[in-house]
Ligand binder design. Structure first.
Ligand SMILES: [Fe+2]
Ligand SMILES: [Fe+2]
Length: 201
């Protein structure tokens, strides 16, 4: 794809996400997660320069697009379960008018589909791995783990600590997909883990 097409796609996707985020109250998620994922991907592209930059960055903008349709924190917990599948579908619908070649279209849809590193949806290509790793890496680069009570205000501190520690370990494990990424997040991983484990006494 040309640089112009790339820029047009990013502009449209970003615009759509911001509109939905404003309408449904997800600007905080956009600010602390979406932007960080794109930044993390740019950091990873420096470490893994063979990955196709345009495919990676468009996929990062699209990876959580399904989230922004949720109307509130309760609804997002349901939407979240299939947001990789729904997101890949939405990506296809948005991109069709740009007349990308079949291969580019498939690459982007698969990056969205496999960004969670779940069973049956494991990242396979380098581009898919960069997107999945950028998603996990972004969690260490923002206040992501501190947003727990926005989704579960009724839970106790003890539960938050246990669930966050599990999530931190899963994210750290996922950074193993592209091991050089661990250097970027090592300090944050250790500090977060120490602080949360400390609460257990
Ligand atoms: Fe996601
Ligand atoms: Fe994400």
């Amino acid at each position: 794809m040309t640089d112009t097409t790339f820029r047009k796609i990013v502009k449209e996707v970003q615009g759509r996400i911001v509109d939905l985020a404003k309408k449904n109250g997800w600007m905080w998620f956009y600010n602390l997660h979406q932007k960080e994922v794109v930044e993390s991907a740019n950091d990873l592209l420096k470490l893994y320069p063979k990955a196709e930059r345009k495919i990676v960055l468009i996929s990062c903008w699209l990876h959580d697009i399904a989230h922004y349709y949720a109307k509130n924190e309760k609804e997002i917990l349901v939407v979240k379960k299939s947001h990789h599948i729904d997101g890949a579908k939405i990506a296809g619908e948005i991109l069709v008018k740009y007349k990308l070649n079949q291969e580019e279209m498939e690459k982007i849809k698969n990056c969205v589909l496999n960004h969670r590193n779940h069973e049956g949806y494991k990242p396979k290509t380098l581009e898919e791995k960069v997107v999945a790793t950028a998603d996990s890496l972004s969690h260490f680069k923002s206040i992501f783990y501190l947003t727990y009570f926005k989704f579960h205000p009724e839970h106790s501190l003890e539960v938050m600590v246990e669930i966050d520690l599990e999530k931190i370990e899963r994210d750290w494990r996922d950074l193993g997909i592209l091991p050089k990424s661990r250097k970027i997040a090592e300090l944050e991983y250790k500090v977060l883990k120490k602080m949360l484990s400390g609460y257990r006494g």
